[in-house]
Write a protein of this length. Structure first.
Length: 120
């Protein structure tokens, strides 16, 4: 099943996990949109440098440390995703509470592992 995913904290650097996640999501036939500091293209996916009001986002997968996430709380909530994935290094109990209050499911997991084990 195609789960439209926003990769938040996308990087053009091939050794970054966000970059690998974009490639693996695309390879698994998920629609991907991405936001990062530098614009470019990874696996046919444009990395936007301005926040857009994406529609029908199933999953937001985070590649931003907790301090950097704060400025995106309202934006993520506005997208009304079905879930938010906190990849290793992005764990954020403050944001967990906010998501829970807004009835948005979250999980502390690795997008790459979820995809590799067919649990995405």
């Amino acid at each position: 099943m195609n789960k439209k995913t926003l990769v938040l904290g996308a990087s053009l650097k091939p050794d970054r996990y966000s970059n690998l996640a974009i490639k693996k999501l695309v390879a698994n036939h998920h629609e991907v949109v991405a936001f990062g500091i530098k614009s470019g293209v990874v696996a046919g996916t444009n990395i936007d440098t301005q926040l857009k009001p994406y529609k029908n986002i199933n999953t937001v997968t985070l590649y931003l440390n907790p301090e950097r996430q704060v400025e995106y709380y309202d934006y993520i909530l506005s997208l009304k995703p079905e879930r938010v994935i906190f990849n290793p290094g992005t764990e954020n109990p403050e944001f967990y509470k906010i998501l829970k209050t807004n009835n948005i499911y979250f999980e502390v997991a690795c997008t790459l592992v979820l995809l590799s084990t067919n649990q995405y």
